[in-house]
Design a protein around this ligand. Sequence first.
Ligand SMILES: *Cc1c(COP(=O)(O)O)cnc(C)c1O
Length: 434
Amino acid sequence: MPEPLSPRELLALDRQHVWHPYGPMPGRAAPLLVESASGVRLRLAEPVEGQDELVDGMSSWWSAVHGYNHPVLNDAARGQLGRMSHVMFGGLTHEPAVRLAKRLVDITPEPLEHVFLADSGSVSVEVAVKMCLQYWRSLGKPCKQRLLTWRGGYHGDTWQPMSVCDPDGGMHELWQGVLPRQIFADAPPAGFDAAPDEAYAAQLHELIGRHAEELAAVIVEPVVQGAGGMSFHSPGYLRVLREACDAHDVLLVFDEIATGFGRTGALFAAEHAGIAPDVMCLGKALTGGYLTLAATLCTAAVADGISRGALPVLAHGPTFMGNPLAAAVADASIELLLSQDWAREVKRIETGLWEGLAPARSHAGVREVRVLGAIGVVQLDHEVDMAAATRAAVREGVWLRPFRDLIYTMPPYITGDDDLARICAAVCAAAREG
Ligand SMILES: *Cc1c(COP(=O)(O)O)cnc(C)c1O
């Protein structure tokens, strides 16, 4: 065993050597040191603001839907570990990957039939873009190589995904001029329940038609734009995209990395619109937050098109493609989700969030409170003071990670009513003090 390091030593080394998401180097804000996690609770290595445990309001960025240290997922991981943690996927295959792929095909919208297992959400978006561009290349239309999206989106931090993130409000403004130049429609008008705006729908249709010759695909996050601004829109616009893409020979990609596996109240957000994309990306909650894994699904038509090209293969193959450990846990996580009345739990959380976040409405500095499924958002009329807001939440015994003008939560589905009330109180406190 290596010599144990004290919390103070760990934090000093962390600051000196370790990059954190969207962080400077050396680090400035001290991260909280987590020792273990169980259920909906993160256990800290030393108390902070008088708390040695925090209720997790973030599900580790949308992923830990069943909470931490779950016996069923632990068993799946241990069982697979005893057989093999990993083998290469070139020329070899294995039960966990095959079972998972079959399950994903079964539960996603009907025409999605083929599965590419990648190792992170961003890579699954890269693969989706590659599929679409290669499809048109194979069909003798190499000029169809651009993407269209609406503003306010987020699709990951690697190159192609960055090019379709929000070009202004996002983290990737720095790269304008270096990234591939894509086509942007206005952000969809807000409101899940709002009647679709005819003029906006017409604008989408017109823009897709005007650029059809150069467009490989339209890519959007259906119903919820996550890291781009936590906003919700009418599923009606997804039907508009589907119609326009069909009319103008453009592929449609749904990035369901954040929305997949029940978060919005439907198993996949596409179901709110009753339509299917040609390509779909999944990640985040895929393994219940245990391991990194993502999937890109496509229709038989897309796969057939690619196979008809001069290079009749999809030339992509990550070293850890189809990782058996991650695939086994993902399969167990989906089975666990479907074995319970997950929709009722998400509905229960939705009701609890509406009730618990209502007081924030009357706070000075709060612009809007919105809830959809197990997602609760308080939007301020100013940039949040991250340090103050985080401290206010920790004082309430809750872990939150606000950004921009947003304090939000998407708790694990197993969060009980008392813990949910606590999360809501923390969001309100963070909104007041941030
Ligand atoms: C998180 C996210 C990604 C990127 O996934 P990573 O696993 O972080 O690479 C892509 N699209 C959406 C919608 C996301 O929420």
